[in-house]
Write a protein that binds this ligand. Structure first.
Ligand code: FES
Ligand SMILES: [Fe+2]
Length: 363
């Protein structure tokens, strides 16, 4: 696979990327295992000795993990697999003083250290570090917790631009609202869902009601090493952010900051709070998209905002499912990009290419 870095000459990803099972499998280790993923909210782990098991991407990565809050106040991300014979350690969220395996009683502290094992007195060279639970990196960004199975690029390089641009927003105070959060199953490849998200080009065609509140002509896309920002400016009379004077966006009527972090996380900030979308591959043509709503100013999250979110999602889902059928056609192989409107999609395809060929040192 070749990807021209100059958008004027580049072609989009080959259609087989979205349909081929072996490519889909390759994406697991080449892209998803090496990048950072939201795993839980710190607010879910506010108590000492609290533990939450998390299956990272069920049906895809299938990695059993555990997030714990030890009694020193530290949070940990651990493998949820017992180091004896591989039993799953914790099956339900709860509070406990130690992690005790239900198979033969091996015991670990909440930071993953081996503590005790029955009937092992005669075992030589035991215990060693290999008997501790595997600890993964855990990054806490404004109470959102992220981990990576096999990180090759520091978390900061993924999050820096969003952090800097929104440093004035009290994101750590936003509250998760399960009532307005839900999952959508989409009959399409995960990357088609991202492609669609990464351009505002389709707004006038696919989202007529969104087009009435967003000023399409002033819509911009900014590219960063592992993320992008699409800035949606409001038409007159619509809700906008009150942006401080020292921000680069001061004076702009910003209706939404749409941040995307490679490969599959979207952070949409609105004057009322944030909607996080996690795009979870299941099969090469099936994806689960989790919408998580976090409220900052609940009084601004009215039924109009909720209806708009749902409507836009359904419209995106329909178009992306149609495209999945299209890329399966024997007559379609790839297309070209609009240099003014599809920079985000081109950047995404360049990153996919870079990870698939395994050359992560190339910018
Ligand atoms: S598998 Fe956990 S104690 Fe044996
Ligand atoms: Fe859309």
């Amino acid at each position: 696979m070749e990807m021209n870095q100059d958008i004027r000459f580049a072609r989009t990803l080959d259609a087989s990327f979205y349909t081929d099972i072996s490519t889909f499998e390759k994406v697991k280790e080449s892209i998803f295992a090496k990048t950072w993923h939201w795993i839980a909210d710190a607010q879910q782990l506010s108590l000492s000795n609290q533990v939450i098991p998390v299956q990272l991407y069920p049906g895809f990565l299938e990695e059993p993990l555990l997030v714990t809050h030890d009694n020193n106040g530290d949070l940990h991300c651990l493998s949820n697999v017992c180091t004896h014979r591989g039993n799953l350690l914790v099956k339900q969220s709860g509070v406990c003083n130690a992690l005790v395996c239900t198979y033969h009683g091996r015991k670990f502290s909440l930071d993953g250290k081996f503590q005790f094992m029955p009937e092992f007195k005669k075992v030589e060279n035991f215990p060693t570090q290999a008997d501790d639970l595997k600890a993964l990196p855990l990054m806490n960004w404004n109470n959102l917790l992220f981990t990576s199975l096999n990180p090759e690029i520091p978390f900061e390089l993924f999050i820096n631009e969003m952090q800097q641009r929104l440093s004035w927003l009290p994101i750590h105070k936003f509250r998760y609202e399960p009532l307005y959060s839900q999952d959508y199953l989409v009959n399409a490849n995960w990357a088609l869902y991202c492609d669609n998200y990464l351009e505002g080009f389709h707004i006038p065609y696919v989202h007529p009601s969104l087009n009435q509140v967003i000023d399409y002509n002033s819509y911009t896309t900014e590219l960063f090493p592992y993320s992008t920002l699409q800035l949606g400016l409001a038409k007159n009379g619509e809700q906008t952010f009150d942006i401080p004077a020292d921000s680069v966006d001061a004076g702009k009527k910003v209706a939404a900051y749409y941040f995307w972090i490679f490969p599959n996380m979207m952070f949409n900030f609105y004057p009322w709070g944030c909607s996080i979308n996690i795009v979870k591959p299941i099969k090469q043509n099936l994806t689960r998209v989790s919408f998580r709503t976090y409220l900052w100013k609940p009084e601004l999250f009215d039924s109009k905002a909720a209806t708009m979110l749902e409507k836009v999602e359904r419209e995106d889902e329909n178009i992306v499912e149609q495209v999945q059928q299209g890329v399966q056609s024997r007559f379609y192989t790839s297309g070209r990009f609009s240099p003014d409107r599809e920079q985000g999609v081109h950047h995404f395809h360049c990153l996919i290419n870079k990870f698939l060929i395994g050359n992560l040192s190339v910018q």
